[in-house]
Design a protein around this ligand. Sequence first.
Ligand SMILES: [Cu+2]
Length: 136
Amino acid sequence: MIFHRFRAAVLSTVAVLAAGFLSTAAIAAARDYRIELVSAQAAGAGKTDVTVRLIHLPDSKPVPDAVIFQTRADMAPSGMPTMTGKVSPAAAQPQPGTYRLQVETGMAGGWALSLSAKIQGETETVRSTVTFNAAQ
Ligand SMILES: [Cu+2]
């Protein structure tokens, strides 16, 4: 984490020197993270519990206490991008670094879940999309 802050400070100095570097610096921070699918399990009729893991790539460690604040689920992988499902936090949360959301998957098939995560100590929002299969 100390290395992380040091590098962020270097990047903001560069940004002050040349405003054009600002967006590049922001993208570099978000790219240090990956959101990956852990599991997609049926959770009653028309509902799927989707568990994802947030990874800090430089040390491959799961990141706890992130805030998932923007979500969207749709059937784009099945050729139905306008068919959406409501997303809410699942009642029971898994171990730190993993996050579980419940998606109202009214239809079986391939779904895409887009997430935005706010990570402590990072100014840049991490955005990612995972795909999963919903059973009926
Ligand atoms: Cu559909």
